[in-house]
Write a protein that binds this ligand. Structure first.
Ligand code: PEP
Ligand code: MG
Length: 542
């Protein structure tokens, strides 16, 4: 039995076999071959296998995420049959007497380059698809398969780190827990674990030879136990059953109000990273979406998502929420969330650098495209917008001007849009200190406590070495929260919290006393926070 410490990003107990996430080595060597026709036959055979894999992925995606996302795998199948592609591979094998892996890689590179040079944004995006499908065929040819989790029973997934595009392809029903060597509390994997309500650890230096062994993940204590002895296993099985009983009790709170014993109400919304998280929002009976981290649309894409693509995603979320409020946070990249195609420079202090609203206000086309998509989608539900990382009144005015410009453009094009509330995130000490003035400019504040804590305590939220210094309940933060909510109300705005602190049930009573109108938490925390609210009695002193 070995016990390895890590850092918890979500609580809970998982018990099961270990599956290690396999990354594919797509480095291809050029090799001379004797029989080009036999090599071409090998290529065709690999293509058929790749198409079978894609068909299986298509059917799985169709069930799990719907027609629109599943279509990707169908288009990949079609690409493999593309005559130009096939002829190019055959030609390279015949004329250069080279192996199929090399011919496929060359063809994929050439075609991706052609797509990337096209003016049409949609065609540009196909470059990534060609690369993807090419890597799949190379994986089959070289026998390394495709990237993924080799498991057919629910397992504890161990990985160095997981890119958003890798998590998208995972069969979530087979993941009991995420355990990664790298990554941070705010990594995509961490957010996904919270959304899926499964324990997750980061910073775990696991041995390479543990595949298939039984393990226990203790999310609360931040450790993984590999090859547990019988007594440990039995103790954890009991703990897990108790957790399941508690979770079942929480289900009874569905449909109930978020109201304290003495009648004070609060909205409990949920945080999401994309369309696929909405199911979990609805399942946990959240009153709305308090933070849609729209940057995941950009992170999951190989190029700027078009207005149309964004519109479809926002519209879908708005429609699925059936009129409940959906607050879309405009693009918040930079710092920990890097997107290659933005070609951002390397910075000495990325958290204090060119990020979030600073990018939007200087790359106005990107900003305008997103706002147009949001406004268009607002016709199909109740959408609000909020701007991240605000530090000044001037920035808020510029954001509002851009929103006004977009509305005028849509008016002149005869495109309908709804009534969109405009809000800002309060996540810098500067915004806190001028929150009295900011409140007069916007409809609402949403406090990003993750960044507010980082900037107030001068503690890099990505640096695990500073954990001991990180005090989420620091009096400076609590005083700021009170100041924010008072200034919001005095200026006619409402105030919520969408950072992780909002889900801290030891503070729920304090948030209610301060007067917060909304808490937005990961979907799996909605019912736990509701339970806490319902157990609170504000008339009982405090
Ligand atoms: C925050 O900073 O608290 C927040 C909600 O935004 P993010 O975690 O995405 O930076
Ligand atoms: Mg933030």
């Amino acid at each position: 039995m070995i016990e390895i410490e890590g850092k918890s990003v979500f609580n809970g107990v998982a018990i099961g076999p270990i599956a290690i996430f396999v990354k594919v080595d797509t480095q291809v060597r050029r090799e001379a071959i004797e029989d080009p026709e036999a090599e071409i036959a090998r290529y065709h055979e690999a293509t058929e296998t790749a198409k079978d894999q894609l068909q299986a992925l298509y059917e799985k995606a169709l069930k799990e995420v719907g027609e629109e996302s599943a279509f990707l795998f169908q288009s990949h199948q079609l690409m493999l049959d593309d005559l130009d592609y096939v002829e190019s591979v055959e030609n390279i094998i015949r004329t250069q007497n080279t192996n199929a892996e090399y011919a496929v890689a060359q063809t994929g590179d050439n075609m991706a380059e052609i797509f990337a040079m096209m003016d049409d944004a949609y065609m540009k995006e196909r470059a990534a698809d060609v690369k993807d499908v090419t890597n799949r065929v190379i994986g089959v040819l070289s026998g390394s398969g495709s990237a993924g989790m080799r498991a057919d029973v629910p397992s504890i997934l161990l990985a160095d780190d997981l890119a958003p595009s890798e998590t998208v392809q995972l069969d979530k029903s087979l993941v009991l827990s995420f355990v990664t060597r790298y990554g941070s509390t705010n990594s995509h994997t961490a957010i996904l674990a919270r959304t899926m309500n499964i324990p997750a650890l980061i910073g775990v230096d696991y041995p390479e030879d543990c595949e298939g062994k039984t393990a226990i993940v203790d999310g609360a204590l931040g450790k993984i136990i590999i090859d547990p002895d019988e007594a440990t296993l039995a103790a954890y099985q009991k703990k897990k059953e108790e957790e399941e009983k508690k979770a079942a009790l929480l289900q009874e709170l569905k449909g109930k109000d978020n109201v304290t014993k003495d009648g004070k109400k609060i909205n409990i919304y949920a945080n999401i990273g994309g369309v696929k998280d909405v199911a979990s929002v609805l399942e946990n009976d959240a009153g709305g979406i308090g933070l849609f981290r729209s940057e995941f649309l950009y992170l999951e894409s190989d190029d700027f998502p078009s207005e149309e693509e964004q519109f479809q995603a926002y519209r879908k979320v708005a429609e699925m929420m059936g009129g409940k409020k959906v607050i879309i946070r405009t693009l918040d990249i930079g710092a920990d969330k890097q997107v290659d195609y933005f070609e951002l420079d390397k910075e000495e202090n990325p958290a204090l650098g060119y990020r979030a609203i600073r990018i939007c206000l200087t790359r106005q086309e990107v900003f305008k495209t997103q706002l147009r998509a949001i406004y268009r989608a607002s016709h199909y539900g109740t959408i609000s917008v909020m701007f991240p990382m605000i530090i000044s009144l001037d920035e808020v005015k510029k954001c509002k001007n851009m929103a006004e410009l977009v509305r005028r453009e849509l008016d002149s094009e005869g495109i309908p849009y709804g009534d969109v509330e405009l809000g800002i995130m309060i996540e810098t000490p500067a915004a806190v200190m001028i929150s009295d003035e900011l409140a007069k400019e916007v409809d609402f504040f949403s406090v990003g406590t993750n960044d507010l804590t980082q900037y107030t305590l001068a503690i890099d939220r990505q640096n695990p070495k500073l954990d001991d210094f990180y005090d989420a309940h620091h009096p400076a933060i609590l005083k700021m929260l009170k100041m924010i909510v008072d200034n919001a109300h005095a200026g006619g705005a409402w105030a919520g919290i969408c950072g992780e602190l909002g889900a801290d049930t030891t503070l729920t009573e304090e948030f209610l006393r301060m007067g917060f109108d909304e808490l937005s938490v990961s979907p799996s925390m909605v019912l736990r926070v509701r339970e806490q609210v319902r157990q609170t009695d504000l008339s009982a002193g405090g």
